[in-house]
Design a protein. Structure first.
Length: 64
């Protein structure tokens, strides 16, 4: 998975700072804990289901 660093405070395995804006490759399909709130996922192998609500469900109170 590819993730873009968006906040300061992220370090590589050697302890060096990874600059904001850097795109890194991460193993797996979930963002590791050390990147939560500090990176955004750009590319993932995981598929996400997209569903659209019924037109009646978009009205407050169920569309009565």
């Amino acid at each position: 998975m590819k993730a873009k660093i968006t906040q300061k405070g992220v370090y590589d395995e050697k302890g060096q700072v990874i600059p904001v804006g850097t795109i890194v490759n991460v193993k797996g399909d979930t963002l590791p804990g050390y990147l939560v709130s500090k990176a955004e996922v750009l590319e993932s192998g995981q598929r996400v289901a997209v569903t659209n609500p019924k037109s009646d469900d978009t009205q407050p109170g169920g569309g009565d």
